[in-house]
Write a protein that binds this ligand. Structure first.
Ligand SMILES: C[C@](O)(CO)[C@H](O)COP(=O)(O)OP(=O)(O)OC[C@H]1O[C@@H](n2ccc(N)nc2=O)[C@H](O)[C@@H]1O
Ligand SMILES: Nc1ncnc2c1ncn2[C@@H]1O[C@H](COP(=O)(O)OP(=O)(O)OP(=O)(O)O)[C@@H](O)[C@H]1O
Length: 271
């Protein structure tokens, strides 16, 4: 069986407070986008190993057992009977990008194994397992535009139709560490909820919807802030860094023509 784990963008992100466990409570809108990896499982009854893992595409430079797909497999196997399986990941979503690609692979792996082996596991149970893999993973079980609070794992559906827009996604060759990005922030409660602010026309979002990571990340890596400026200069209705960076996205009414350096990953698509 095959599936296509997709990336997400964060439309606004407010880091509200630091928790005693070291994590942060936040407020964000998760929006799925059609930039995908491919993940395949093949039942291999002859194998003596619980899994055989292979990968292609972008090299993520991790041992198989460090791959979040395998962490998801092991987590499910600790709770349910799983026969031997061959797993192949074709990696296309840049990582260290704030696009949640690793989290998507983990969550989709859980769903794929559930389907392949017809496991009796509810969506709620899958969400709980996913949350153990990473703060962003629970979202990818639902994979619908969502308002997220808590550490990003308390989810509420939101109506958000961006099908009139093109998205341009730019990832410079910079890896932003998520824990470092959180350390760079002074948490502040927000005065208006993002569920209210996304009701405004997209053209007004730039005056109201921000990503709290931008200030410290742009100060450390001015190139990322410059990309956001260039997206506005190219006519973006709204532009924002995704998650803790380093990718930046722009929403455009018409297909943009961009002149980004070849070292940047550039992806443009009608939503
Ligand atoms: C920046 C975001 O992508 C926004 O969607 C997420 O908050 C990050 O989610 P993620 O990559 O799934 O994060 P995890 O792998 O669970 O955590 C990585 C590290 O980020 C920090 N972390 C993460 C999420 C959160 N709400 N507060 C945190 O402080 C913690 O130091 C944690 O050790
Ligand atoms: N399937 C996977 N996809 C991406 N990275 C993975 C995966 N499995 C393990 N990793 C490791 O996780 C690290 C990337 O995590 P990181 O959190 O930066 O990226 P991400 O989960 O793709 O997206 P985000 O930047 O939104 O959190 C890499 O160092 C990589 O070795």
């Amino acid at each position: 069986m095959i599936c296509y784990p997709n990336a997400k963008i964060n439309i606004g992100l407010n880091v509200v407070e630091k928790r005693p466990d070291g994590y942060h409570n936040l407020e964000t809108i998760f929006f799925p986008i059609p930039l995908t990896d491919a993940l395949e499982t093949v039942h291999n009854p002859e194998s003596k190993e619980p899994y055989l893992f292979s990968s292609s595409g972008i090299d993520i430079d991790a041992k198989p057992e460090e791959n979040i797909c395998i962490k998801a497999f092991e987590l499910l196997k600790a709770n349910y009977e799983l026969p031997p399986v061959n797993i192949h990941l074709h990696k296309m979503i840049p990582f260290g990008a704030g696009l949640g690609g690793g989290s998507a692979d983990g969550a989709f792996m859980l769903n794929l194994l559930k389907k392949e082996f017809e496991l009796d596991v509810t969506e709620e149970e899958l969400q709980e397992l996913a949350a153990q893999l990473g703060a962003d993973c629970a979202f990818f079980i639902k994979n619908k535009p969502s308002y997220a609070t808590g550490i990003g794992n308390i989810l509420q559906d939101v109506e958000l139709d961006l099908s009139d827009y093109y998205i341009a996604l730019i990832k410079p060759p910079i890896h932003v560490s998520t824990p470092d990005a959180y350390r760079g922030i002074t948490p502040t409660p927000s005065s208006h909820s993002l569920t209210e602010l996304i009701q405004l026309p997209v053209e007004q979002w730039k005056h109201h919807i921000k990503n709290d990571f931008e200030q410290s990340v742009f100060a450390k890596y001015p190139e990322i802030g410059k990309i956001k400026m260039e997206l506005y200069e190219a006519g973006a209705s709204y532009a924002c860094m995704s998650g803790s960076g380093s990718s930046v996205f722009g929403l455009f009414k018409t297909e943009p023509s961009l002149n980004m350096p070849p070292s940047c990953f550039t992806w443009i698509k009608k939503l």
